[in-house]
Design a protein. Structure first.
Length: 83
């Protein structure tokens, strides 16, 4: 974790470094929790060359979460509520 005094919560969208992004994922409780929270690839600074691959990977993860995982989780929760 970073030792600087900048709070990750204060970072405007599109201005998080990869390290800040990783700290936010950790803060939220992991990758799945961060997806549920609403952390987006666009939260990473597009001008930072170090964030390019992470932005691409997170965008793909967002797509899979939106199109596959979230609906499947809703279906399971609906079925669990019936028991």
């Amino acid at each position: 974790m970073s030792n600087d005094t900048t709070d990750v919560e204060d970072e405007p969208a599109g201005h998080m470094s990869p390290r800040d992004f990783a700290e936010k994922v950790d803060w939220e409780g992991g990758v799945f929790a961060a997806l549920e929270y609403g952390l987006h690839a666009t939260d990473l600074d597009p001008s930072d060359p170090a964030s390019v691959k992470l932005r691409e990977a997170w965008a793909e993860l967002e797509r899979v979460h939106r199109d596959v995982l979230a609906p499947a989780v809703r279906n399971v929760r609906d079925e669990l509520e019936k028991t």
